[in-house]
Design a protein around this ligand. Structure first.
Ligand code: UD1
Length: 425
């Protein structure tokens, strides 16, 4: 059943006040579940975000024969044998399912999967994954719009792989495959996102030998199944959720304390907000933020970590619609990530699309409540923030997109004073 949010705008009135704890990182949790396939025994994860993408991946793994229980704390046991074919209907709908291919291929010597889906944010090819597997000795056959990959003799072998383009899931997938491959794998021009270093730390704690994760060169000595021996892994805080709350706090916070976060991983967004004039105080695990009366426009350019995250680009455009002056928003990672613009213009924002990668935002503009349809997960949250900043009531359809990555967002924001109702259609 589909649902929508009815949001009352705060406009110039009372702002949000209180504490918002950050949940575990979606982009770490999904990879941890994939990594569970590399284990001979049960693994346990705590601080899992209870979000749709995680439930979907758990559902998909269950369908393949993996035993998984729990939500916030998840116990996972991989059987010795299971199907190596990702269920096409579910895998097509969840881009992140592609990370399962590395562990499955490395452990059972074959994997079949459809071209993965996910957010509508550009072509999102899988060529880097396929080239990496080939370098590790695998053979690839295209079959019914998907791929059938086999490792001769049932095992991958270590290889030197240079990424033409930095890819987060590409790095993680090949790093996990390398854990069970024979010999040493060196990944160069690897992505630097903190979720990669976190994944490697978890795998190393359970017997893997991965060096350099979080730097451009990752070296993996592979060959042995991992063992958790009762250990529990805690999912790190979500830096994109932290950044989302920062942008919300900057626009609508009377006094917001963001807790259970890691500000050290949010430097790019903090630097941009500070430059714009946002008053914020950071400590080791918290950030306090209040809105100011006036902000100045700041150009942003998305970049691989530690640069400004593409996942906060749409939210930042909402922020810039409230800042004084003209700003360039330059999306360098994905070519289809400006689909949110028309709906914000409908609300009164001044956004001009220059080309598939660039927009000019002129502010400040008053936003008016509107009926909105979110094209993807992050744009959905951008709309929610715009609706809270606007005058009057807004309706946001396709709440499902927001639920994919933000846990019960309306309940959590209600606790700090937002008026958001979830309505079944
Ligand atoms: C991950 C994150 C996503 C974030 C993105 C960029 C997860 C589950 N998702 O997505 O939230 O927005 O990083 O920070 O962790 N590319 C290729 N060939 C490939 C793979 C990727 O050309 O085989 C290109 C993509 O089209 C894109 C660029 O590489 O232009 C970077 O994408 P990538 O880092 O792979 O994004 P994801 O890992 O899918």
């Amino acid at each position: 059943m589909s649902e929508h949010f009815v949001v009352q705008g705060l406009a110039a009135g009372r702002g949000l006040k209180g504490t918002i704890p950050v949940r575990g990182a979606k982009n770490a949790a999904l990879k941890e579940l994939a990594a569970g396939l590399l284990f001979r025994d049960e693994v346990r994860f705590t601080n899992m975000p209870v979000i749709e993408d995680v439930s979907r991946l758990i559902g998909l793994l269950r369908r393949m024969g993996v035993l998984i229980e729990g939500r916030r704390t998840v116990r996972m046991r991989t059987p010795r044998r299971m199907t190596t074919e990702l269920p096409p209907d579910e895998a097509e709908r969840l881009r992140a399912s592609v990370v399962l291919t590395g562990p499955i291929l490395a452990r059972w010597g074959s994997v079949t999967f459809p071209h993965p889906g996910g957010c509508l944010i550009g072509a999102r090819p899988v060529d880097l994954f396929l080239e990496g597997f080939q370098k590790m000795g695998a053979r690839i056959r295209e079959k019914n719009g998907g791929y059938e990959i086999t490792a001769p003799g049932g095992a991958l072998k270590g290889a030197n792989i240079f990424f033409r383009t930095q890819s987060v899931t590409g790095t993680e997938t090949l790093m996990m495959a390398a854990v069970l491959a024979r010999g040493t794998t060196v990944l160069e021009n690897a992505a630097l996102e903190p979720e990669i270093a976190s994944l490697a730390a978890f795998l190393n704690a359970c017997g893997a030998d991965i060096r350099g994760a979080g730097t451009p060169t990752v070296t993996v000595k592979g060959g042995r199944l991992l063992s958790a021996r009762g250990a529990v892994w805690r999912t790190p805080p979500d830096r994109i959720e932290t950044g989302s709350f920062l942008i919300l706090g900057a626009l609508a916070g009377d006094d917001i304390l963001i807790t259970r976060c890691n500000p050290a991983e949010c430097k790019a967004v903090i630097a941009v907000l500070e430059r714009a004039g946002v008053p914020l105080e950071t400590s080791r695990r918290t950030i306090r933020i209040r809105r100011a009366k006036r902000y100045r426009a700041v150009d942003i350019k998305t970049h691989e970590y530690p640069g400004f995250p593409t996942d906060l680009q749409a939210l930042m455009a909402v922020f810039l619609s409230q800042a004084e002056g003209e700003a360039l928003v330059f999306e360098t990672i994905f070519e289809g990530r400006l689909r949110y613009v028309d709906e914000l213009v409908k609300m009164g924002a001044s956004l001009n699309v220059c080309d598939p990668h660039r927009i000019i935002v002129r502010g400040p503009t008053r936003l008016a409540g509107a009926e909105l349809e979110s094209p993807d997960l992050r744009a959905g949250l951008a709309y929610l923030i715009a609706a809270l900043v606007a005058d009057g009531e807004s309706v946001i359809h396709t709440v499902y997109n927001i639920d994919r990555g933000y846990e019960r967002i309306e309940e959590r924001l209600r606790k700090v004073g937002a008026d958001i109702q979830r309505v079944k259609e």
